[in-house]
Design a binder for this molecule. Structure first.
Ligand code: 6PG
Length: 251
């Protein structure tokens, strides 16, 4: 029985600009490495506010450091149950901060089609995910970008949620009690079969959750983020988010 060994790396920076600059370099390196295998690079984007600054940084990479953007296939880790052009849509945030600035063609973008009835949207996205390389029968992303909520949720996998427990499908949807609304999300097995996960966490309001997640202060109630065990997991944090791990001085 092989035990998944996770290479967990904590990358802590004095401030968000330095963190996003380094995370962008790392993401570009991973995508270029995938492309050097003679295939497109497969990337799953995160939602929420934090990744917006990473996308802006990716757009500023000098050509010699950037991947061949025309050979990246863009997917989404999760989506809200809103139209694609809704202010809350993760798709719209990516469109404004990444796809338009980089002139990404529509054929490279795999949008979660929230305009369909939920189960059709899930089936449609599962079909789109079949286009990825497979690892142990699961779609295998070269890189999955994630944020983390104050409750330790990742993508739209919230504590005690049936979406978090759904380990039979690659993509899922359902009502999220904490939000009283529907969400769409990649499932935990897909996240854990990625070649690399990058967790982007900034701000003092995340510090307690970071400490619980990393120091595992409450093993009886693991947070969703603690269920991540891909081959490679890289935390990218600023010193405020990491302030309860150390005295706040960047390593
Ligand atoms: C979403 C995200 C969600 C987000 C966290 C952190 O659709 O909201 O997928 O998982 O990454 O809630 O959000 P912030 O970056 O805004 O703190």
């Amino acid at each position: 029985m092989t035990i998944a060994t996770t290479e967990k790396r904590l990358n802590i920076f004095p401030d968000p600009p330095q963190m996003f600059a380094q995370a962008a370099q790392h993401a570009a390196t991973l995508l270029r490495a995938a492309q050097q295998q003679g295939r497109p690079a497969f990337l799953a984007l995160a939602g929420g506010n934090t990744p917006r600054r990473l996308y802006q940084q990716l757009c500023r990479l000098p050509a010699e450091q950037a991947p061949a953007w025309s050979r990246v296939r863009f997917f989404f880790g999760d989506e809200r149950a809103v139209p694609a052009d809704h202010p809350d849509a993760n798709y719209r945030m990516a469109q404004e901060n990444l796809f338009l600035p980089l002139d990404i063609s529509a054929s490279q973008i795999h949008r979660i089609r929230t305009e369909l009835p939920p189960e059709e949207a899930v089936a449609d996205y599962q079909q789109q995910l079949l286009g990825l390389p497979q690892h142990d029968g699961w779609p295998c992303f070269d890189l999955v970008l994630l944020g983390m909520g104050n409750d330790g949720h990742i993508a739209s996998l919230f504590p005690h949620s049936p979406l978090l427990a759904d380990d039979r499908r690659s993509f899922t949807s359902g009502e999220v009690t904490q939000l009283a609304t529907r969400r769409y999300s990649l499932t935990l097995p897909v996240l854990n079969h990625a070649r690399q996960l990058m967790l982007l966490v900034t701000g003092q309001d995340k510090a307690t959750t970071v400490q619980q997640a990393i120091v595992d202060t409450d093993p009886a109630t693991p947070l969703p983020v603690q269920k991540l065990n891909p081959a490679n997991l890289a935390w990218y944090m600023d010193s405020t988010a990491a302030s309860q791990l150390t005295d706040g001085t960047p390593v």
